[in-house]
Design a protein around this ligand. Structure first.
Ligand SMILES: Cc1cc2nc3c(=O)[nH]c(=O)nc-3n(C[C@H](O)[C@H](O)[C@H](O)COP(=O)(O)OP(=O)(O)OC[C@H]3O[C@@H](n4cnc5c(N)ncnc54)[C@H](O)[C@@H]3O)c2cc1C
Length: 304
């Protein structure tokens, strides 16, 4: 387990606006290309095609942090639409993941809604699907409220539920019929709202997977944890749940051999592929997750 001090250090760095700003000009540095597919849409599409050739499907994420103006939010939405265009034109198998704070959620909810509608219209035109990533607890309820509004108009949208939150099991009751990605949860949350112990998060995760699947809903199990993956395989076997009702997901660059192995076993495996020049914050959060990644980066820096 990563030292809490080191984890906090990288989470702190991930929020440094000056470094974030500077990094946009550096190009992908310090081994970030292990976790980020490239800076341009073309780079990303090339990587998606390679992954498709290995039997993996993808979800593309155009990276972006610290969106403060309506113009920046609109630009982010334009980027999302260009990504959907590029997926369609290249004929690759990928959907899109987005973060609503990039689309103006903290600036003006109407702006965020109109950006979401523009993106969902483009996705619908191409028969594609959009996943709203779940951000920190402060954005959880508003994300679910906006999703409920959007679902009245669009079927091609879903979101993410985090197993570390106490509220998640109840949330599943209001999310029947909605395709969900289930994750452990990536943010630093207080114990008033989230299980502090990993074993409780893991137990709740299994409960959520079982519940959403038994409710007959399409479920994406997004985890690198073998214990969770094995639980899912066993559970679907026992309950005769068809493989068309669920998929596994992992992040680009993490457990890449396992991704291919699971796909070869006949399961759908979707890789979350981030790209763009705003890579710094995402990269720091991946380093915060795991010391082995830090060692990998340091090795890369000294061998240059
Ligand atoms: C496709 C996808 C989408 C996600 N979307 C969201 C989201 O919208 N909102 C959100 O809050 N969180 C999201 N997450 C992150 C998630 O919440 C977890 O923080 C993250 O996946 C780590 O948890 P884990 O289930 O992989 O298990 P862990 O218990 O963290 O790890 C289990 C094992 O996986 C391996 N592993 C885990 N992380 C790494 C790593 N960085 N490098 C190398 N090996 C590693 C290690 O072997 C580790 O022992 C997403 C994760 C994935 C895979």
């Amino acid at each position: 387990m990563i030292e809490p001090a080191m984890k906090n250090f990288f989470l702190f760095l991930s929020q440094n606006k000056a470094l974030n700003h500077a990094a946009k000009k550096w190009g992908l540095k310090f081994g970030a290309n292990r976790f980020v597919a490239g800076e341009t849409i073309q780079d990303a599409i090339r990587k998606v095609r390679e992954l498709n050739q290995q039997g993996l499907v993808c979800t593309l994420d155009h990276l972006g942090e610290f969106v403060f103006s309506p113009e920046e939010a609109t630009e982010c939405a334009d980027y999302c639409i260009r990504t959907l265009d590029a997926i369609h034109e290249a004929g690759v198998e990928s959907n899109l993941s987005i973060k609503m704070t990039q689309l103006g959620l903290d600036i003006d909810q109407n702006l965020c809604m109109s950006n979401m509608r523009r993106i969902l219209d483009a996705a619908r035109k191409y028969g594609n699907f959009v996943r709203i990533d779940m951000e920190d607890y402060a954005h959880c309820q508003i994300t679910l409220d906006i999703l409920a509004e959007l679902r009245k108009e669009y079927v091609n949208v879903g979101t993410v539920i985090q197993a570390y939150l106490y509220r998640s099991e109840k949330d599943l009751d209001t999310l029947k019929g909605i395709p969900l990605r289930l994750v452990k949860g990536a943010y630093k949350e207080p114990q008033e709202v989230a299980y502090p112990e990993k074993k409780d998060v893991d137990e709740n995760y299994k409960k959520l997977i079982a519940k959403h699947l038994l409710n007959g809903n399409y479920t994406a199990v997004a985890s690198h944890d073998d214990q969770i993956i094995e639980f899912t395989k066993e559970f679907v076997r026992e309950h005769n749940i068809p493989r068309s009702q669920f998929e596994f997901q992992m992040l680009y660059g993490i457990r890449t051999q396992s991704q291919v192995d699971i796909a070869k076993q006949g399961y759908k495996m979707r890789v979350y592929v981030p790209y763009g020049n705003d890579w710094y914050g995402y990269f720091m959060r991946r380093l915060a997750e795991r010391p082995a990644n830090v060692a990998f980066v340091l090795k890369g820096m000294v061998s240059k």
